[in-house]
Design a binder for this molecule. Structure first.
Ligand SMILES: [Zn+2]
Length: 162
């Protein structure tokens, strides 16, 4: 995926939210209140509702975007930039590229994305990203398999097709 195909695919907030929900659905949602895993999707409120207790889970809750007010579009752009530059982006440069006024939220986001990319075992971090990558950032699945057995080693984040 290059800048042009990325922009075509993830051109607005809605496209990013839609993709993020699809990725999240593959992993499943666990109710924080009763641990039930079946949910309704409340389209109007953009949140999940537990079929057992009615507790609502926002699309961001339980993901790396939890506690962030930055739009999904900004997150996707940051993930794209970080993955294509092989983590070579400073938070300051990211802030400049994204045209954002405040540094702190950008720093927190970059930190979380880097952590997600470097931590393959934790739920919703790299595995979620890899799944995104397989479809959109084109990470080779053989390398993902190989890296699964190499925990602790510095993992190489492969982005092909650029
Ligand atoms: Zn529940």
């Amino acid at each position: 995926m290059n800048l042009f195909t990325f922009t075509a695919e993830f051109g607005d907030e809605q496209a990013c939210r839609k993709h993020f929900k699809e990725e999240r659905d593959k992993h499943g949602v666990i109710c924080k209140k009763c641990s039930n895993t079946t949910h309704y999707w409340k389209r109007d409120k953009e949140c999940y509702e537990c079929k057992s207790c009615g507790f609502r889970t926002s699309l961001r809750s339980g993901t790396i975007m939890e506690n962030s007010n930055l739009p999904f579009l900004v997150w996707y752009r940051a993930m794209f930039l970080i993955s294509t530059t092989k983590k070579g982006f400073s938070a300051k440069e990211m802030q400049r590229q994204l045209g954002l006024k405040r540094y702190e939220p950008v720093w927190a986001m970059v930190h979380k994305i880097r952590k997600a990319m470097g931590n393959r075992d934790s739920r919703y971090t790299l595995e979620g990203m890899i799944e995104m990558d397989e479809g959109y950032f084109t990470v080779s699945s053989t390398e993902v398999e190989q890296n699964k057995g190499k925990r602790g080693q510095k993992t190489k984040y492969c982005v092909s097709g650029i």
